[in-house]
Write a protein of this length. Structure first.
Ligand SMILES: [Mg+2]
Length: 308
């Protein structure tokens, strides 16, 4: 199984127009219109051994499960409304351990105006890992249209928030893949003003190399511009690979990737978070990396694609 191929089949299966469906499969959230109101929904799990290590405190697991989804809500520049939790427990998991995961979802939900309102608990078979799957419901901010992945045009500039790479590295604030803050408020501010409103936006979960082609089929990313995190530099010292390769390929950045017209004025910082221009959308050539003035490389082969 390759994730991208499976996603393409699912998108084609669900492509038929459904009444009230405004944003179908293929964006960070689906959007429906129900009784005249727009509702966004997304679902994403965290799986022990894949998205967190065995022994990770339950509260951090629950918080991550919801924050991954809040990052998808941010990617649409929407307002979180409520969440549901489906918890699959390994046999032998204690009530207290399970409750810590629920508490992590609940507390994070309160902090983001996204209360936990329901869900389900089940126990898996022997050897089953803990899985916490959160469904998030959201709505457009009043007076602010959601931002979709489609909409980038040749000539648009490409930006990212924060710094990229090394999300698994332990840092003073904790490993980024657990400690990240979903960019809900930053996205609202960006989308609220014509001067800054992105033409297209998504969040970075699988790494820039995997995610950028989902935003723009053709683009050039300038490596010297990339905001490489301290954690990516630390990872590079251990791996012997360039820090920029970690920034492009590691995944779980949960930062925003967006395009905007060169006529707009994107600030260097918003809501206390740096914003960096990393390249441009182009007319052709696929997605490429400009390593220096004379070297352009295809971006294929970097980044994280789920396979089985
Ligand atoms: Mg996403």
């Amino acid at each position: 199984m390759r994730e991208n191929a499976l996603l393409a089949r699912i998108a084609s299966l669900c492509a038929a127009a459904q009444p009230g469906l405004i944003v179908p499969v293929g964006d960070d959230c689906a959007m429906l219109e129900l009784s005249g109101r727009r509702l966004l929904a997304a679902v994403d799990p965290v799986i022990e051994g894949v998205h967190f290590a065995k022994g990770t405190p339950g509260r951090l697991v629950g918080a991550k499960a919801l924050k991954r989804n809040l990052s998808d809500v941010a990617a649409m520049a929407a307002r979180p409304a409520a969440c549901l939790l489906q918890l699959t427990l390994p046999p032998g998991c204690s009530e207290d351990e399970a409750f810590e995961v629920v508490r992590g979802v609940h507390e994070t939900g309160l902090a983001f105006g996204c209360p936990l309102v329901g869900g389900d608990v089940s126990v898996g078979p022997a050897g089953c890992p803990l899985v916490a799957s959160v469904t998030v419901l959201a709505e457009p901010w009043p007076g602010v249209e959601v931002v979709r992945r489609t909409g980038a045009s040749p000539g648009d500039h490409v930006f990212v928030t924060g710094a990229l790479g090394g999300s698994l590295e332990e840092t003073p604030g904790g490993a980024h893949h657990l400690a990240f803050v979903p960019r809900v408020e930053l996205a609202r501010m960006l989308a609220s003003s014509a001067q800054t409103r992105p033409t297209a936006m998504m969040d970075l979960s699988d790494g820039l190399a995997q995610d950028l082609p989902r935003l723009a089929a053709h683009a050039v990313i300038e490596i010297p511009r990339l905001p490489v995190s301290q954690a990516a530099k630390k990872a590079a010292q251990k791996s012997g690979r360039s820090a920029w390769k970690h920034a492009v390929g590691d995944g779980e950045d949960y930062e925003l990737l967006f395009a905007a017209s060169p006529l707009q004025s994107i600030p260097h910082e918003l809501a206390g978070v740096p914003i960096t221009r990393i390249g441009s959308v182009t007319c052709g050539g696929g997605v490429r990396l400009m390593v220096d003035e004379s070297t352009l490389l295809p971006m294929d082969g970097l980044g994280w694609e789920h396979r089985s």
